[in-house]
Structures are given as C-alpha cells and as structure tokens.
Design a protein around this ligand. Structure first.
Ligand code: IPM
Ligand code: MG
Length: 399
C-alpha cells in the first residue's frame, strides 16, 4: 500500500470513529435514570457459564445462589435464566464478539452473572474477535467496573472504580495499519465518561464514610486523554470537600500497592480502563490471587457480575478444571445480591465465604488435585450458611 493511499484510508476510517464516539457522547448526555430493582418482579438474573473453567466455577456459584434464594425463587421474585450462545466456539461460528441472539437475550435480563469468556488474540485458532467482555460492557453501557480487594489482617481495604467503556479499550479492535510498517491504536476519554465514573467513586466514598479518593493516571505523558480524566477528577472532587482527594501516576501507584507502610492508606481508587485492568490484578494478588476476586460492571440500566480472571484454558487441558476456585464467582454473586437490594442474603453469603475461604479453611483450593474441588468448597459454603450461629462464627475470627 502506498503512503498517500494509506493516509487517505486512515483518515476516512478515523472520521467514522470520531462520529461514532461523538454519538456516544450524545447518548451519555441524554442519560437515562438508574434501574429500580424494588419495582421489578421477577428480577431476571441471566447466567453465562463462559469458557474454560467458567462453567465449572459458575455452576458452583449458582448452586449456592439457588440454595440461598430458595424463598425468593419460589415466590417468583427472582428468576435465574441460562443465556446460551456465548462460548468461544459459538462466537467464532457466528464470527461475532456478541452474537445478536445472545445480546438480545442478555438485554431481556436485569442483571447478569457471567463466567470468564475467552478473549481471542492474534495467532489463536479463533478469528481475532473483539473480547466479548469488552463488547458486553460497551453494548450494555456498564461504565463502572467496581473491584474490591480486602486483606483484613494487613489492613488492606481497597475498592477500585475502573472506567469500563472508554480508554484504550473502546477502540481496541478499531486500530489500523496505515502502511505495512505503521500501526495505530487509539485511546478515548470523554468528559461525560470520566465524570460519571469519578462521581460514582466519590458517591461511594461519601455514602460509606470513607475519607479518601485517589485517582490514577499517566497524565504527565498521556497528556490529552489522561489529562482530561485528571482534570475531571479534580473538578468533581471540589463537590466533596469532606473527602481528601489525591492523584498518582500509574507506575508509582503500582509500586505503592506493594509498600506495606503506605498501602493501607488507600481506600477508593478511581482510574481509566487499562490502568484499572492492570492494577486490579496486582491488588487481587494480595488477597490470595485473582481466583478470589469478584467484580461488578455497573450501568444505569444493566449490571453484570463476574470474576476478574480469565478462562484458564490450561487448567482444563491439564484436567484441573474441577479444582478451580469458585470463590471469585461467588464474590461476584455477593455483589450481585447487594446490587439488587438483597442485602441480608449478600451479607450472609459474604460471611460464609470469609469463613470458608479466609478464616477457617477446612477445604483449601489449590487449583490442583492436592486441594479441594470447587464442588467441595461450594458444599462447605452451603453447610456454613446453614449454621444458625453464622454471624457469631464469623465474628469470632475478627480480632
Ligand atoms: C478483566 C479482563 C478483561 C479486561 C479481558 C478478558 C478482556 O482482564 O476483566 O480485567 O481486560 O478487561
Ligand atoms: Mg484484567
């Protein structure tokens, strides 16, 4: 391809991208209200098993949910619904990141519990489709990726508010090769997109009496987009004078999270998409690994809850899928319950998970035959939920 041709094509492509992004800005401006789950009957919970270890760990989380929600399900308040069509084989066959039928089925649910979905990359046996996670977050406008990390014995109690619909991700499959030698990708930040995530982080802090919010960017180098994110955060912070606001560059923040003297001081951390992706894996490692962390993807109309890790195809190939840790999906289910207003059930589920996974550890998951299976762990959680003294048992571990 010659240079002039390459540039002309690139410019045309770029114009289209800009038009699409400006359309998205208009949609954000027109903004719908938040879903009111107390008005819905039934609340439809879509379940996507996913790929690799996904179906194994999702199945266990669903087993506990069905046990915990017996009454609500029997009374028609909650309906669990399997959503087919989203495995990597099915996505590859449809040659779509999100096949239309599956997307339509997702949109008929109110909230979704989703196992990990394989994201193809260059060189895989699949067509190099966009990540289904990323398209789902965009198509359902799930702009806030909320990821808590807690290590009580080390005083760590963080909650990450990762922007989920912009940054490097939104046009991650829309970059182009201008010539054979020049490849270009894009990063997008909008005023509306930055503002809504920052505001949600501050609102969370205010509601929960948390006195500090930290923003993470690389605004010293990525001046325009990260600059906008930071400027927006500073502006919004002024509306929350009771909350201390500070900002960090992503490299030093990655370092500070391992600094035992300083890291306890971080509370709410708000950040653009890719930095959030990276730092939340790092953070989850302190808690026992990505297998222990759940994640909420929140939008005004829909919300989706998932593990923060991938589908671990190697575990399946090596015959270890049944030893995968379902705690991440169960933590995601806890967040789902809390989101739809089943706060009491969420609390009990969470206490049972703390007891089984962090305190008592009668069955320990190692990811191998040396440890418990996901099924054993789920049974253990349900046994624990049956304990009339659940709360007392949980409290006995708090020093
Ligand atoms: C995550 C995952 C996804 C992401 C992948 C699977 C596309 O790493 O949820 O953090 O990068 O967002
Ligand atoms: Mg990630």
């Amino acid at each position: 391809m010659n240079q002039t041709e390459g540039i002309d094509r690139a410019l045309e492509h770029f114009r289209e991208l800009l038009e699409q992004q400006l359309k998205r800005v208009e949609q954000m401006k027109s903004g719908e209200g938040w879903a009111d789950y107390s008005q819905l009957k039934p609340i439809v919970v879509g379940v996507v098993g996913g790929d690799g270890i996904g179906p194994y760990i999702t199945r266990e989380a669903v087993r506990v949910l069905k046990y915990l929600l017996q009454e609500e399900i029997a009374a028609g308040k909650i309906q669990l619904r399997d959503i087919p069509g989203l495995t990597i084989e099915e996505r590859a066959a449809a040659n779509k990141a999100l096949p239309e039928d599956a997307l339509a089925a997702l949109k008929e649910c109110h909230v979704i519990l989703k196992g990990p979905l394989t994201t193809p990359k260059k060189g895989d046996p699949w067509p190099n489709l966009e990540s289904a996670n990323v398209s789902m977050r965009r198509e359902l406008d799930l702009f806030a990726n909320v990821r808590p990390v807690k290590v009580p014995e080390q005083g760590i109690d963080w909650i990450f508010y990762r922007e989920n619909t912009e940054g490097e991700y939104v046009l991650g499959s829309k970059g182009f090769n201008v010539t054979d030698d020049l490849a270009v990708d894009f990063k997008v930040i909008t005023s509306q997109g930055a503002e809504r995530i920052v505001r949600l982080a501050f609102e969370y802090a205010r509601k929960n009496g948390i006195k500090r919010v930290s923003a993470v960017t690389k605004a010293n180098v990525i001046k325009t987009t990260d600059g906008k994110f930071l400027e927006t955060a500073r502006r919004v912070a002024k509306e929350y004078p009771e909350i201390q606001f500070d900002d960090w560059f992503v490299d030093i923040m990655a370092a500070k999270l391992v600094d035992e003297k300083r890291r306890k001081d971080f509370k709410v951390i708000v950040l653009p998409n890719l930095y959030g992706d990276i730092l939340t894996d790092e953070a989850a490692e302190f808690q026992g690994g990505v297998g222990t962390a759940g994640s909420a993807n929140i939008g005004k109309r829909y919300a989706m809850f998932e593990a923060i890790h991938g589908s671990a195809p190697r575990m399946v190939q090596e015959g270890r899928a049944s030893y995968a840790d379902p705690a991440s999906m169960m933590r995601a289910a806890v967040m789902l319950l809390r989101h739809i207003g089943l706060v009491e059930q969420a609390k009990r589920f969470e206490m049972a998970l703390d007891i089984c996974g962090q305190f008592e550890k009668r069955f320990v998951i190692t990811g191998r035959a040396s440890g418990a299976t996901g099924t054993q762990f789920a049974d253990y959680v349900m046994e624990t939920l049956k304990d009339p003294n659940l709360e007392g048992r949980w409290k006995s571990f708090q020093s």
